[in-house]
Design a protein around this ligand. Structure first.
Ligand code: ADP
Length: 648
């Protein structure tokens, strides 16, 4: 609000700043600012002018005619205002109470010119009858006696008598004249007693003795019959000191100082109504065109303290009543605290909700975990049962395998024994038959060619029986050896053996394997071979297998048996040949049980074996902690090497 106000009291003290181009308004108060009524009017006018969109230069004067009434004083005021405002052209002059408006009208020509006049707080209803009542309008102060009586009857349903306090001043008399017309309307509902023309003492005495079903209506009491004057509040406070009954009034300036309330003429509302009229004038409306206002600025107003003191029920008050001094509600007094606590509660509630959500989530998680645990336990139980079952199955299978093994061994033993015995007999008799046939019968076959051929065939057949019988014997022996080694039932007759000596002794037997004319055996025995602790028969068996195989699968060239010492001091024996060799993809299988390399028929015929020789040899060498390996180049030859730890 860019408002600029000049606010001057009777001592010409400016209160605000101005701006160059703006309307000028003078507020001329009849009384002094210290009078509540006048202060309220001034405030009412000022508030309205401050709220105006257009800038207003506002001048305020207080004539103080409550305290000064002499003609000289008025003369002095006129002189003073003439000096101050004689050359000022006001756009509107607002007056409060009768004296000011009369003063302006009396000095329009010499001081105030023809400025429009807006008045308020005027009791003189005949003001408009003045011949110079032109270019002006305003608010007549019209106390609402009926309104205040109504309020008293509403608040005190048992009210019988109302004592009307009024003085003998001009305004008191005119007030009573107006009131007389109205109180007649109430004569059936309540008795009215006029307390007029009393001294303050008499008034106090009377008020102190009032009956319970009575009330006081304070109209005005500024001067008593003894000529003593009292300010509004002074008179009211003296009355209040003695009076035990509620006091109502007609004027707003008593409110807050000891009256219950009533339909009150309010200085503030009078002032703001006058201010609004002044604004209309500033905006171009002629003052004459604004209708006079009577009474509409009055309000039902009450003091909560007094209502409370007399235990009056607020709900009995007329609608739209204004109540002052009403204690603030708990909320109004502690709004910040209430909101803070509400905020804290909300915050705590949010945390509780969050915690509840969290607890719920945790419980769900726990439940899920529990279910998972149960599921896992069930699963583990199931798996354990399955494993136990499998273990039982395995035990059973193992047991059956052992049984089978035992059975196999028993069968092998029995069969081998039962086979070997007749086989030995067959071979023995076969040799005897061959010898006898050759000695006694073959010479007889020389006579004819036919007999000669038949004799030769019989000898061939006997040789076949012998060869196959021997092969069958080897086969059975191999079977038995392998079975005994695998079942751990073989007996190892270990002694410290000198390898060189053992090989020397074996050479004649080993040479026996070489039936092919173009193949020779070369033996190369190194010096100082380490002794080994072995069963000599088993070591011989290994040598026999390896040299036998070399002889079998070599058609020309030579077989070399080399015996030496490894870097670690072990015995190393190598049998290499220039034979048919073994395909690279088969070398790794030749130590397996019963494994025989596929050969063409010619080789097969020569080398029919059992597929057990190398398997037995490997087990013997491994039994003594040694190693046996084979290297071969298909079509060129093979070499087999075994090592044995020295006897130490
Ligand atoms: P077999 O009694 O059939 O000879 P082995 O276990 O002694 O059984 O030998 C397994 C296979 O390895 C033989 O069938 C043979 O084909 C092959 N083999 C072994 N030694 C030699 C070698 N020196 N030269 C070629 N092949 C060999």
């Amino acid at each position: 609000m860019d408002q600029h106000i000049f606010f001057a009291d009777s001592d010409d003290v400016p209160f605000a700043l101005s701006r160059p181009v703006c309307k000028k308004v003078l507020l001329l108060n009849s009384y002094n600012y210290s009078l509540q009524w006048t202060a309220s009017i001034t405030k009412g006018v000022e508030d309205v002018l401050l709220a105006s969109d257009d800038p207003v230069k506002f001048f305020v004067e207080f004539m103080d005619t409550k305290n000064h009434v002499s003609p000289e004083y008025y003369q002095n005021l006129a002189e003073r205002y003439r000096i101050k405002y004689g050359k000022v052209r006001f756009d509107a002059i607002v007056t409060s109470d009768d004296n000011a408006v009369n003063f302006v009208l009396d000095h329009r020509k010499d001081i105030f010119g023809d400025a429009p006049v807006i008045f308020c707080g005027v009791n003189n209803y005949n003001l408009s009858d003045r011949p110079d009542f032109t270019n002006m309008s305003g608010i007549l102060e019209a106390p609402d006696v009926a309104g205040s009586l109504n309020a008293a009857l509403l608040l005190q349903p048992n009210l019988r008598t109302i004592y009307c306090v009024i003085d003998e001043t001009t305004s008191g008399k005119s007030l009573r004249a107006d009131a007389e017309r109205i109180v007649n309307l109430f004569k059936d509902r309540v008795r009215l007693v006029w307390l007029q023309g009393l001294s303050m003492g008499e008034l106090e005495y009377t008020l102190a003795e009032l009956p319970e079903d009575s009330a006081v209506l304070l109209m005005t009491f500024t001067r008593d019959k003894l000529g003593q004057t009292f300010s509004f509040n002074e008179a009211l406070s003296r009355m209040n000191r003695v009076c035990q009954q509620p006091i109502y009034s007609l004027f707003g300036f008593y409110l807050g100082n000891g009256i219950v309330g009533g339909m009150l003429t309010s200085g503030k509302y009078q002032g703001s109504a006058a201010g609004k009229m002044a604004l209309q004038v500033l905006n171009g409306t002629r003052a004459d065109d604004i209708p006079l206002v009577t009474g509409s600025t009055n309000r039902y107003m009450f003091d909560w303290k007094e209502l409370d003191r007399f235990k009056m029920d607020i709900s009995d008050l007329p609608v739209n009543s204004i109540i002052i001094n009403k204690p603030l509600s708990f909320y109004q007094q502690n709004a910040l605290g209430v909101w803070s606590i509400a905020g804290i509660i909300l915050f705590l509630l949010s945390i509780i909700v969050l915690l509840l959500v969290n607890i719920r989530a945790r419980k769900n998680a726990e439940k899920n975990l529990e279910e998972l645990n149960i599921y896992q336990e069930t699963l583990i139980e199931q798996r354990t049962e399955e494993l136990v079952q499998r273990s039982k199955d395995l035990e059973m299978a193992n047991y059956e395998l052992k049984k089978l093994d035992e059975l196999k061994t028993a069968v092998l033993n029995t069969v081998s024994h039962d086979l070997r015995t007749p086989l030995t007999a067959v071979l023995g008799f076969c040799k005897i038959i061959d010898r006898d046939f050759k000695r006694f019968f073959l010479p007889l076959c020389e006579e004819t060619e036919e007999l000669k051929a038949k004799g030769a065939r019989i000898r061939d057949n006997l040789t076949i029986i012998e060869t196959e019988g021997e092969r069958l014997t080897r086969l059975i022996n191999n079977f038995l050896d392998l079975s005994k080694i695998e079942s751990g039932r073989i007996s190892w007759n270990d002694v410290a053996v000198d390898p060189a000596r053992l090989i020397d002794q074996a050479i004649p037997v080993l040479e026996g394997y070489f039936v092919q004319p173009g193949v020779t055996l070369t033996v190369d025995i190194g010096d100082n071979l380490p002794k080994v602790v072995v069963d000599p028969d088993r070591l011989f068996q290994v040598l026999s297998n390896l040299v036998g195989n070399a002889a079998k699968f070599t058609r020309e060239g030579k077989v070399i048996l080399t015996a030496g010492t490894t870097e670690g001091g072990w015995l190393m024996v190598k049998i290499s040949d220039t034979g048919i060799g073994i395909a690279a993809d088969e070398v790794e299988y030749i130590f397996d049980n019963f494994y025989q390399v596929q050969r063409d028929n010619s080789v097969y015929e020569v080398a029919r074996g059992s597929g057990m020789g190398l398997a037995i040899s490997q087990r013997i060498i491994h039994h003594y902690g040694g190693q046996i390996t084979a290297k071969s180049t298909f079509g060129k030859g093979s070499s087999f090497t075994f090592t044995l730890p020295s006897a130490g």
